[in-house]
Design a protein around this ligand. Structure first.
Ligand code: ADP
Ligand code: ADP
Ligand code: ZN
Length: 227
């Protein structure tokens, strides 16, 4: 395995079902703590849009709501972790999603003698997750996330962050795919809660509240984990 040559000061993991708010919270932590959000979903969507070999392999799997193979995702993650900006510290959003990926991450970090600061499980029930996903959209310019009901731009049709007026919705945010993604989460990703608990890095957050309240809890937790 190719190594990540440098040490990354902080490694935070956000665990949680699709729609739990991982991306929303990761972007806020990124600004607050100067960390880099690393979303394997975003990296895979970029590969699909660019039409790379990886993207071509991943597309049908993502459209069906299944998990992309561990080999592909681990390779993408390893490449991204090796880029210079990750030296500021990273928030892993949507990775790992299987035990094989979690073990690969442990191996990768062990190469440079580092540890995971915290693996935070954002806990929401299935109904909330479906409601969050079904109204989700993002700014095409800067990636800021919005929701039809829960997080509207301050000025209708204009992104709060970049002023852009172009928004997009994900192809996999539809009812059939969501059911499959939820099943994949319960079968393959939820066991990671026990995995990280047994390593004493698990933290749980009640993610049923509003975005700001969750951010407050998460910030306190992250501050503690970084000291
Ligand atoms: P994930 O990255 O876990 O899939 P997102 O951060 O994309 O989730 O959030 C899913 C959708 O729900 C987005 O439209 C987002 O604006 C909205 N959202 C995020 N957190 C909350 C929350 N606490 N309450 C209500 N809606 C939320
Ligand atoms: P969500 O907002 O549902 O959490 P993501 O953007 O993280 O979605 O992921 C979208 C899709 O990309 C997933 O349904 C899956 O097909 C694929 N994917 C993302 N991360 C991983 C991963 N770590 N392992 C396998 N597949 C992944
Ligand atoms: Zn924007």
């Amino acid at each position: 395995m190719e190594s990540v040559v440098k040490t990354i000061p902080s490694v935070l993991i956000l665990l949680g079902p699709p729609g739990a708010g991982k991306g929303t919270q990761a972007r806020m932590l990124e600004e607050e703590f100067g960390l880099v959000q690393l979303s394997t979903g975003d990296l895979l969507r970029a590969a699909v849009a660019a039409g790379t070999e990886t993207g071509q392999k991943a597309k049908a799997v993502m459209d069906a709501g299944d998990l992309v193979s561990d080999d592909i995702v681990i390779a993408i993650l390893r490449d991204r972790l090796g880029e210079p900006d990750c030296a500021r510290g990273v928030i892993l959003d949507g990775f790992p999603r299987t035990t094989v990926q979690a073990e690969a991450l442990d191996d990768l970090l062990a190469e440079t003698g580092q540890k995971i600061n915290a693996a935070v499980s954002l806990e929401v029930d299935d109904a909330a997750m479906v409601a969050r996903i079904s109204g989700r959209y993002t700014c095409a310019g800067c990636g800021e996330g919005y929701h039809d009901r829960f997080k509207q731009p301050q000025r209708t049709g204009m992104c709060d962050k970049c002023g852009g007026a172009d928004f997009k919705r994900r192809a996999d945010d539809n009812a059939e795919t969501v059911a499959q993604r939820l099943q994949a989460y319960h079968a393959q990703t939820a066991p990671l809660i026990t995995y990280y608990d047994s390593k004493d890095v698990l933290q749980r957050i009640d993610a049923m509240g509003d975005i700001a309240a969750i951010a407050t809890d998460l910030t306190a937790m992250v501050e503690k984990s970084m000291t």
